[in-house]
Design a protein around this ligand. Structure first.
Ligand SMILES: *[C@@H]1O[C@H](CO)[C@@H](O)[C@H](O)[C@H]1NC(C)=O
Ligand SMILES: *[C@@H]1O[C@H](CO)[C@@H](O)[C@H](O)[C@H]1NC(C)=O
Ligand SMILES: *[C@@H]1O[C@H](CO)[C@@H](O)[C@H](O)[C@H]1NC(C)=O
Ligand SMILES: *[C@@H]1O[C@H](CO)[C@@H](O)[C@H](O)[C@H]1NC(C)=O
Ligand SMILES: *[C@@H]1O[C@H](CO)[C@@H](O)[C@H](O)[C@H]1NC(C)=O
Ligand SMILES: *[C@@H]1O[C@H](CO)[C@@H](O)[C@H](O)[C@H]1NC(C)=O
Length: 436
């Protein structure tokens, strides 16, 4: 029991790092909280810079009520999360009061922004790093403790928000370049779960827009039904990754999230045979890793590093590193075992790790052409079994196929990019659309 608990805490910590989330603590547990420091309550002064955000609701069921919650770090170096609160006709960042409590207590500063009209206009009054725009059906509970913020924990049954439908978009609003251009970087992440149907778009100064449309309106149903039908086919626990409140689908969690939740150990051997087969295959032929790096600029195809399994280790040569055989859990999360980026890693190692994990995650290593990674188009991802059927279903549920199903979904052959990111400076506005 003790060992299991210890493992789950480690797995959770690892998961948190990988999916770029803040501590989502198990209720009452002592999971790490090192990225939050304790500070006195302060109000942040307003900067000259602001970001216009429009949240659109496109509802087929208008009886449902939704809220937005925006949290992030107004100071880049600070790990202190603040919340965006309505202030008269505008908005301000507020540091939730530190209650001095060791156990999480709900944040008392009200910061739900009700989405009562088709379009809600919000102005962010200054920079905001590592932020999340959370949207939820009805209300979410966020908590605060000595260690910092406690966000909804998608896979934890005892979490107050367990039965709430929610989703988020990750946002950075920061000064970039020599002239501190106000820059917005947003992404649609399904690394942990699929929940509410969200899309995003930017409007540039010249009035043109660029969008990552996100999931189809019925995507949660298709993902959940797909997980259930996959479980029928292979008798694995995919169906348990679809979380329901009665008949209502609440969200689909990733196998990484699922496997980090005690006592779920039933998927831990999922890739074992595949990993063995890959290791055997590259004992006799080289695995060529395409760095896609031309003098530190990403190119469709760049210099290759030749790797070979010797003993039990994938050996990519003196400076490109050696990689131990991964486990299934390493592949789900891409940030443990051989996928840990070691301190002081060189460029080649930093390029090989994402490419190797992406190749396992999408099961492309034993396909024709799989001995060069990446080299295959996205149509080949998830076509061999075993594979990450959650990743497959997430991409099938996306209108243009773009969105992060895992942290290295931005690794692709050629000029393709299946990750859902928008980044630009000096934009007119950012739009988020919620559909139901
Ligand atoms: C709202 O939904 C309708 C029907 O699905 C779609 O045609 C329209 O483009 C959507 N609007 C936005 C702003 O996403
Ligand atoms: C998504 O955006 C957030 C906020 O900008 C960033 O911290 C995170 O690294 C991004 N995630 C991925 C998978 O790119
Ligand atoms: C508008 O601005 C964006 C971003 O700078 C640019 O990519 C796009 O080509 C411009 N469109 C037109 C029609 O000028
Ligand atoms: C399905 O898997 C379970 C263990 O997860 C096993 O007990 C059962 O026999 C399997 N059923 C079939 C039909 O393979
Ligand atoms: C979620 O709903 C289920 C019923 O579907 C209920 O048993 C459970 O207590 C609820 N969980 C929370 C945290 O409210
Ligand atoms: C990198 O830069 C060097 C020197 O400018 C050049 O000779 C070389 O061709 C470049 N390599 C690539 C892959 O573009």
């Amino acid at each position: 029991m003790h060992a299991l608990l210890h493992f789950s805490v480690v797995a959770l910590a690892v998961l948190l790092h990988q999916s770029f989330v803040w501590p989502m603590r198990l209720h009452g547990s002592t999971t790490h909280d090192h990225i939050f420091a304790r500070v006195p309550s302060v109000l942040r002064s307003t900067d000259d810079v602001e970001l216009k955000l429009e949240i659109h609701t496109n509802l087929t069921d208008p009886s449902k009520k939704y809220n937005a919650y925006i949290l992030g770090n107004p100071e880049q170096t600070s790990k202190i999360v603040q919340v965006l609160q309505q202030d008269g006709t505008g908005y301000k960042y507020v540091q939730p009061a530190n209650t001095g409590s060791d156990v999480p207590v709900p944040i008392t500063e009200g910061f739900a922004i009700p989405l009562t009209t088709d379009t809600t206009l919000i102005t962010l009054p200054g920079w905001l790093w590592n932020a999340r725009i959370w949207l939820s059906e009805n209300e979410l509970v966020f908590k605060f403790t000595n260690g910092g913020l406690v966000q909804p924990a998608p896979a934890t049954e005892v979490d107050d928000n367990y039965n709430v439908s929610y989703g988020f978009i990750e946002l950075n609003f920061y000064p970039a370049g020599d002239t501190n251009e106000p820059t917005v970087f947003v992404n649609l992440s399904f690394v942990d779960f699929v929940g509410l149907v969200l899309g995003m778009a930017m409007t540039y100064q010249n009035g043109s827009t660029e969008a990552v449309p996100g999931l189809y309106r019925n995507a949660l149903t298709t993902v959940c039904d797909g997980l259930k039908s996959q479980a029928q086919k292979d008798n694995r626990s995919w169906d348990k990754m679809c979380l329901q409140d009665g008949d209502k689908y609440i969200r689909a969690i990733s196998p990484n999230m699922y496997s980090s939740q005690p006592p779920n150990r039933d998927m831990d051997d999922y890739y074992t045979k595949y990993i063995d087969d890959v290791w055997n295959a590259f004992k006799t032929q080289p695995l060529l890793m395409d760095t896609q790096d031309a003098n530190h600029t990403k190119v469709p195809s760049g210099p290759q590093v030749s790797c070979k399994v010797t003993g039990e280790v994938l050996d990519c040569g003196a400076d490109a590193g050696q990689y131990v055989k991964p486990t299934t859990l390493d592949v789900w999360g891409c940030n443990t075992g051989p996928f840990v980026v070691p301190p002081g890693a060189n460029e080649k190692q930093k390029e090989i790790i994402p490419r190797l994990c992406a190749a396992f995650f999408r099961s492309t290593l034993l396909l024709d052409g799989g001995s060069v990674q990446p080299s295959l188009p996205s149509a080949k991802y998830y076509t061999a079994d075993p594979t990450n059927h959650y990743g497959r279903l997430v991409h099938e549920g996306l209108q243009d196929g773009r969105g992060y199903a895992f942290s290295y979904d931005d690794v692709n052959a050629g000029t393709e990019n299946v990750a859902g990111v928008l980044k630009a400076s000096n934009i007119q506005k950012l739009s988020v659309t919620l559909s139901n």
